[in-house]
Design a protein around this ligand. Structure first.
Ligand SMILES: Cc1ncc(COP(=O)(O)O)c(C=O)c1O
Length: 364
């Protein structure tokens, strides 16, 4: 049987394709679900691995961007983005406040020291999103303290507005949001200010959480937040496709092993393809034998341990594959959630771990 042979010269073939139209489409899905809400597109962690400024440009119709730190916010301002920008953990030091005020950046306030810092800073016009801990026990004020903290912030006279926000711990599973939503409603009853609660899962499942602002992350990148529901069923399109090619072929005999630790041993003679992609590219090292992969568009599986720069795949179902055959690690045709699940992790981790050494090809 004739295998494919390379016909073109090859540089290392690994590339992450980022589809700007998929990003735009996924924002339109957010709009469809939450038509009356403003959108903070969550673009922290380098736009979930897709590129901060690239994603911001594709999603420039969002009313705001949510990021982790002042550095990201400054990059956005320097690139000319004038939308609202929200620092999801607020400021880490009071020294950041003058820049925050100057650049018109909104801050989450989750701890008493931040309230004190704002009230004693020589600034005005700060936009605060007061974080309320409704059950996640990560960041935020206890519901019983909300009225008092709002009062203290307003009294301090530094604020432009004080919005109220919370974050859901189980919007993506059957436990849902009701307990947290009840806490939030009780804690904020009678308080002025905009409301901001919903992550992707809540946007897709719980319209009662949409309120003034929604905060979609993962759905913008085309991955499903739900373990049992595919992104395509939610009309989401993968924004990143990690593509590579086979760079070598091995014929192995029964009893022979593949890769470090000899963890995969062939039961019969088989053909193995070696793919230019490894854990130093962000592919999860803990993805064991059987993690799905597409070779020449045909679904196959990885074999043995992932190396730093390479991984091995089973070519039994792709007899014509050879050096140069295209491989999709995740993305179009192979949802990143599926690869993540097979590797015992979540799509968020795979996308955000894409290594800087992987070239990105922007697709309109
Ligand atoms: C506070 C906050 N809001 C919203 C999001 C977006 O969540 P998702 O990506 O699940 O939509 C995140 C993500 O980590 C977050 O930390």
């Amino acid at each position: 049987m004739l295998r494919r042979v390379p016909t073109e010269s090859m540089s290392r073939p690994l590339v992450a394709e980022v589809s700007l139209s998929a990003l735009r489409h996924n924002l339109s899905v957010v709009r469809r679900y939450a038509p009356a809400s403003q959108v903070f597109a969550v673009i922290k962690a380098n736009g979930y691995g897709h590129g901060l400024l690239r994603v911001a440009a594709a999603l420039r119709e969002a009313e705001g961007f949510a990021v982790l730190n002042l550095g990201e916010a400054q990059q956005l301002r320097e690139a000319g983005f004038e939308q609202s920008i929200l620092l999801l953990e607020g400021f880490f030091s009071a020294d950041e406040l003058p820049q925050i005020a100057k650049q018109g950046i909104s801050v989450v306030v989750h701890s008493p020291w931040q309230v004190a810092a704002i009230n004693s800073a020589l600034i005005t016009g700060v936009n605060v999103f007061l974080k309320i801990n409704t059950g996640m026990n990560r960041l935020g004020f206890p519901p019983a303290e909300v009225a008092e903290v709002c009062h203290a912030l307003r009294l301090g006279g530094r604020l432009d507005q004080c919005a109220l926000m919370t974050h859901f711990a189980t919007a993506d599973d059957e436990r849902g949001i009701s307990a947290q939503l009840e806490q939030f409603a009780a804690a904020t009853a009678g308080q002025r200010g905009q409301r901001c609660m919903a992550n992707s899962a809540a946007i897709l499942r719980y319209p009662q959480t949409h309120a003034d602002w929604v905060r979609p992350g993962i759905m913008l990148y085309g991955a499903s937040p739900f373990a049992g529901q595919a992104a395509a069923d939610l009309d989401l399109r993968p924004a990143m496709t990690l593509r590579s090619r086979l760079i070598a072929i091995q014929q192995i005999k029964p009893g022979e092993a593949v890769g470090y630790g000899r963890s995969f041993v062939a039961e019969q003679a088989m053909t193995v393809g070696i793919v230019a992609c490894g854990y130093a590219d962000g592919y999860p090292r803990h993805a064991g034998t059987g993690t799905p992969v597409l070779v020449e568009g045909v679904r196959s599986r990885t074999l043995g341990r992932v190396s730093m720069d390479m991984l091995a795949v089973d070519l039994t179902a792709v007899p014509l594959a050879g050096v140069g055959s295209p491989v999709v690690l995740w993305g179009e045709g192979l949802p990143v959630e599926e690869v993540a699940a097979a590797a015992g992790t979540i799509s968020y981790e795979l996308l955000t771990a894409l290594a800087p050494r992987v070239p990105v090809r922007e697709m309109s």
